[in-house]
Design a protein around this ligand. Sequence first.
Ligand code: CMC
Length: 426
Amino acid sequence: MATDKATLNVDGETFDLPIITGKLGRPVVDVSAFADAGYWTYDPGFKVTAPVESKITFINGGEGELLHRGYPIDQLADNAEYLEVCYALLHGDLPNAEQKKDFYAKIQQHSGVHDQLRRFFEGFRRDAHPMAIMVGVVGALSAFYHDGLDVSDEKHREITAIRLIAKMPTLAAMSYKYSKGEPFMYPRNDFNYAENFLYMMLATPADVDYKVNPVLSKAMDKIFTLHADHEQNASTSTVRLAGSTGANPYACIAAGIAALWGPSHGGANEAVLEMLDEIGTVENVDEFMEKVKRKEVKLMGFGHRVYKNFDPRAKVMKETCDEVLDALGIDDPKLELAMKLEKIALEDPYFVERNLYPNVDFYSGIILKAIGIPTSMFTVIFALARTAGWISHWLEMHSAPFKIGRPRQLYTGETKRDFVKLEDRK
Ligand code: CMC
């Protein structure tokens, strides 16, 4: 990392702040020496703050570029399986044949969950949102793996990552089965990762010869890859912040799931379908767009904090969407609606001036719907896939010395240094 200096003058005092240049991306001004100046930095929404150094994922928002361990996302989506991408996120590079075999075997070995975990499901209302269930049951894993788990031990950290990636499809499918009142389906060794997820979600015990459509399992695997990691987004930062206290990693991932749930983040894929339902037909699109421009509603699945040109995940997702709809012979009127929204948004000055492009969530909902996944499971699928990214960042943090994350604030409240007794309060 090359180092230069930025000079800052505050109240006549000069501070030389190191400029650190990484491999890619903007250089950063290291403001830590500024602490002695008696000032803090203020950056609501962390728009220009890099709290970590990382080697996992790189995004160039201006160019619409996303790299995992140096590889472009479109190449990974087209040529690698999701579990190979997971391996790369965890270990630094794609696996060789032997590493792949070993990693896949470990994932298969840990895909089951303790039978007692089903009681946690039973504690939820039947109509509980699957994301609420996921926050609960993934957090509950910390009760199964706590006393014997030493986060300072590399082997313990590694098995935690394997367990999480292996169990997420099982837990995700269980959260759906529970809401449907159908029996839980267990993972099968003759199915791969994506096939197993579809089987556990969509099959019932009566389907003894259940076959997974290869077009769908391939699309599912690609969807997982496209959501695997996205550097320091809100949920990953949440996992890192929770992890910085030394907290149990399963509880940290539950915190990540909670952060992902919001409609500004992973909850957007569900919100896109709700929006399309609300618009109803293409005739209503113009009126809806006027509401967006009056800022009464947001066009869900559009815009991104980092991408200001295009979202490379959305590009691959759109191609996959076309493949799936074609293979299934689906002519979904929602797609026509989505395409009209997309066309207007890409041409209308309101969206063009603000660099608002379709993001990954705009198309993922349409494919998931075509595959037969209910809307309430969309964000769960995002969480399932993002677990690899979250735990990779947690591992990266724990593999070197780190500090507890503790931001400052700009206090604008009152000062009342003389306590007012109850009888004297007006
Ligand atoms: N529809 C309409 N206007 C928008 C939208 C939208 N989706 N997104 C941003 N704007 C406007 C916003 O009102 C603002 O306008 P003005 O300059 O007149 O005040 C301008 O664009 C800049 O927006 P911002 O809120 O400052 O941007 P941000 O970087 O803080 O927010 C975002 C990014 C993703 C939260 C936001 O674009 C959004 O809410 N999009 C819809 C939700 C969505 O699709 N989220 C999924 C993101 S991709 C999945 C993931 O990685 O999490």
